[in-house]
Design a protein around this ligand. Structure first.
Ligand SMILES: [Zn+2]
Length: 111
């Protein structure tokens, strides 16, 4: 397996979530039809402006929420590190890892 073998190839260009691999053929750029539609609308909206067509434009609310979710991931990761330093047992580490994975999944995507 290559180092990238388990990593996603490309996030949805609208929401940033993982695009399910359809298998054969060209990889899809959007995870669902509504993302494709909203990306199309944004491209039309920024046309003729200085905003790049593929820019990820977030409202202040969306940006704050993204920042919150990333912060939760950081806290969960720091909890794991602290538990390792303190010699926590396997069961506790497992629990903290589950919490970290949950936080990371919740943070996946920028919208
Ligand atoms: Zn999407």
């Amino acid at each position: 397996m290559t180092p990238q073998g388990r990593r996603r190839c490309q996030p949805c260009r609208w929401c940033g979530r993982e695009v399910p691999d359809a298998g054969l053929g060209r990889r899809r750029q959007y995870c669902r039809q509504s993302c494709r539609q909203r990306a199309y609308e944004q491209r039309a909206m920024v046309k003729g402006s200085a905003v790049p067509p593929d820019a990820v434009v977030l409202s202040a609310d969306e940006a704050a929420q993204l920042s919150d979710r990333v912060f939760q991931v950081r806290c969960a990761a720091e909890d794991v590190a602290t538990a390792v330093d303190e010699g926590a047992d396997g069961a506790e580490l497992r629990e903290l890892c589950d919490a970290l994975v949950r936080a990371a999944k919740a943070a996946d995507g920028w919208r």
